[in-house]
Design a protein around this ligand. Structure first.
Ligand code: MG
Length: 391
């Protein structure tokens, strides 16, 4: 045992988040005995209901389409893996980086972006729906686990990282975590990193999943320079290698090239800016964690390729449209009669309406729909709309 008190990470840079100097939690709590504050954040996230639900929520392919595709939870773990490697290399706070990465998608609806777009349209007159805000709402309000407070009562630094984007109008309602969007400040480096690792993770695993689904091919992907360079190297080193191994040898090199580039470019920017601490990081005009310009443009080309050939592929679109319809119809049915929801949601919606009107009721309906897993949404839809199904 390493003595009493929190067991710390590797030595931190001056500009890293440090839980001994955290801006704290919304509700004061005694410090943990053997863990740091950010370890406690991460552990609370892992034990939450919303985290377990990520196992049955779509990343690109709906849960029942196959067992090998990424789900929101395996995506989140891959984000954490990439972000932690970079955090350690830059002497940032690895534990906070992991906590933000694991929590970043907690507010996602069933059926990925199709679900979010549909719910946003349903909520148009009631303030809209945005998954970043919903992730924050999940950890601040919706999780019900502790006697002393609603939500998970995470540290400011973790909440700051979860709230990636926010409109100025919304920012005004959010208090401390909203301020930076009004002042045009940056979040801490761990938050910047988790955000970038999210993009790196999904662009690469969507290549892998897209190939597995037979919607895109490695040869076709070779028109993207980032893929081409790695594929050429794999062909050169292993001329006879084919199938899954060739795909993985290519994708692992793509991830590595991006990670190495982010580490080197960010280290360079940090050396130039010399931020004295996390507040100096926040006052910067631009993020200090990032890719080189050359890599940024290659990464963008990959993103565009996936948009055109994978996310808009006819097979993905058919599912997207179906999923959007399920979410819209569920929302409509519950709005028409909130008694169709389970009692705790119905009671919450009734009380919210009494207290704050129709939009507050709509928010409760949206919370219920957003929390659903893919399979729960499909089942609930059948129970509500198919008279042959048991209710
Ligand atoms: Mg994500």
């Amino acid at each position: 045992m390493r003595g009493d008190g929190p067991v710390s990470d590797a030595p931190l840079a001056a500009y890293a988040a440090d839980d001994r100097r955290s801006r704290g939690r919304r509700y004061a709590e005694p410090p943990p005995q053997y863990r740091g504050e950010f370890q406690r954040d991460r552990d609370r996230i892992i034990h939450s209901n919303a985290f377990r639900r990520l196992a049955y929520k779509t990343q690109v392919f709906v849960n029942h389409e196959g067992d090998l595709y990424r789900t929101r939870v395996t995506h989140s773990i891959e984000v954490a893996q990439i972000a932690r490697t970079i955090a350690r290399a830059l002497a940032l706070n690895e534990t906070l980086t992991e906590a933000i990465s694991l929590a970043h998608d907690l507010g996602h609806t069933p059926f990925g972006h199709a679900g979010q777009d549909a719910l946003n349209a349903c909520m148009r007159e009631h303030g809209g729906f945005e998954h970043n805000l919903q992730s924050l709402r999940t950890v601040d309000e919706l999780e019900e686990r502790y006697a002393g407070f609603p939500g998970l009562n995470l540290t400011f630094e973790c909440r700051e990282g979860i709230l990636k984007h926010c409109s100025p109008a919304r920012a005004r309602e959010l208090g401390d975590v909203g301020e930076r969007f009004l002042q045009r400040h940056q979040p801490g480096l761990e938050a910047q990193l988790a955000n970038l690792a999210d993009e790196i993770a999904y662009n690469n695993h969507d290549v892998d999943d897209g190939i597995r689904a037979g919607l895109i091919g490695l040869e076709q992907l070779a028109e993207v320079p980032l893929v081409q360079r790695q594929l050429q190297e794999v062909r050169h080193l292993y001329p006879d290698l084919g199938g899954r191994r060739r795909v993985h040898e290519t994708v692992r090199r793509m991830i590595n090239a991006l990670v190495v580039d982010v580490i080197q470019s960010s280290a360079e920017r940090l050396r130039a800016a010399q931020p004295a601490d996390i507040d100096a990081v926040r006052r910067q005009e631009r993020p200090l964690v990032g890719m080189s310009e050359a890599m940024q443009s290659q990464h963008l080309q990959l993103k565009r390729f996936l948009q055109e050939h994978l996310y808009r592929h006819q097979r993905v679109l058919r599912m997207t449209i179906k999923a959007g319809r399920v979410v819209t119809e569920l929302f409509g049915a519950f709005m028409q009669d909130i008694r169709l929801m389970p009692e705790e949601y119905y009671e919450a919606a009734r009380r919210a309406e009494e207290r704050a009107g129709a939009s507050a009721r709509a928010r409760c309906v949206s919370d219920y729909v957003a929390g659903m897993t893919d399979r729960y949404a499909i089942l609930e839809h059948a129970r509500l709309f198919d008279p042959a199904e048991r209710t």
